[in-house]
Design a protein around this ligand. Structure first.
Ligand code: FAD
Length: 275
């Protein structure tokens, strides 16, 4: 339960963090530490250098950006959950953040850390996929933008290169669109056994699933059925299509498939009833 030996540096800017990441050996960014430190204590991660970006206030904000909302990567879950702009214009993200872990986790964990960690059981990745969010990253080669749907490559694996820092998450304003995030947990503060994010805007629906595979999964069968005029109950029957849920101590794969169908129906009904 004691991490392997590592060096520790505090970055004073994003540029310095990028430099430190490129300084040789296996280096990792440290944001809230609530996913990385448990892995290090189990020795499932053994970075030689931790680059602490947790004090970079320049990456802690929520602001309007035209028809989108820009969120700094170091914005903590508590601040996402309670931000007035998000509560008014993107209640889906605020609600999902409010349901993460417990108050201690929400006051330390960051939206950027949650995304970069790439855990399919985390809530925000599926929500950002359903929102068709954009992720802005900076590295030695400059800045690039990755659509959320292209970020997640496998279990704890993302399209981020080792020397890159995720700096900003851009989400749409949902306006009069409907939304829902529902998850089933075994105990109040557990990760989702299964979660469902649904967005209904401009006559189309997008649905993404938490913990139904090695990455967040877009429920394309459900979206296609809704596009063809199916009602929520009929469309939700297709929720497990294309998924490969795990079997573990929380639930069997079969039970997760059942949960995906039930939660998708409820999420679609809730989204239709909102705002
Ligand atoms: P860190 O642990 O600091 O970093 C995680 C990974 O991301 C590391 O590999 C790090 O190098 C990388 N990273 C961090 N920031 C950046 C960046 N800006 N750019 C590039 N890479 C970066 N999550 C849920 O979704 N739902 C839950 O219900 C939930 N419950 C939890 C309960 C407990 C008890 C704990 C300890 C955690 C829980 N979490 C849950 C996870 C929590 O939300 C984490 O805080 C979050 O997943 C990681 O954010 P962090 O800022 O702590 O990242």
């Amino acid at each position: 339960m004691i991490p392997a030996r590592f060096d520790y540096e505090v970055a004073g800017s994003v540029e310095q963090a990028i430099e430190l990441l490129g300084s040789g050996g296996e280096a990792k960014l440290l944001a809230g530490g609530h996913s990385l430190l448990p892995l290090m204590r189990l020795r499932l991660a053994r970075p030689g250098l931790l680059v602490d970006i947790g004090r970079l206030d320049e990456l802690r904000y929520v602001r309007e950006d035209g028809d989108r909302i820009a969120i700094g990567a170091l914005t903590r879950h508590h601040d996402v959950a309670n931000d007035p702009l998000l509560l008014a214009e993107n209640g889906l993200l605020a609600k999902a953040a409010a349901g993460i872990g417990d108050p201690q986790v929400r006051h330390m964990g960051t939206i950027g850390g949650s995304v970069a960690h790439g855990d399919p059981a985390s809530d925000l990745p599926a929500v950002l996929v359903a929102l068709e969010a954009d992720l802005v990253v900076r590295g030695p080669g400059g800045e690039r933008t990755i659509p959320a749907g292209e970020l997640f490559r496998g279990f704890l694996e993302t399209a981020l290169e080792p020397g890159e820092v995720l700096t900003e998450i851009r989400v749409p304003k949902l306006g009069a669109g409907g939304w829902s995030y529902l998850k089933l947990t075994r105990r109040a503060q557990d990760w989702a056994t299964v979660g469902v994010a649904a967005v209904q805007a401009n006559g189309s629906a997008r649905v993404a699933l938490t913990n139904m595979g090695a990455t967040p999964v877009r429920a394309l069968g459900v979206e296609e059925a809704l596009g063809s005029g199916a009602d929520a109950a009929a469309a939700a029957e297709r929720a497990a299509e294309g998924t490969s849920p795990p079997s573990d101590h929380s639930a069997s794969a079969e039970f997760r498939e059942h949960l995906a169908r039930v939660l998708t129906r409820r999420a679609l009904e809730e989204a239709s009833a909102r705002p």
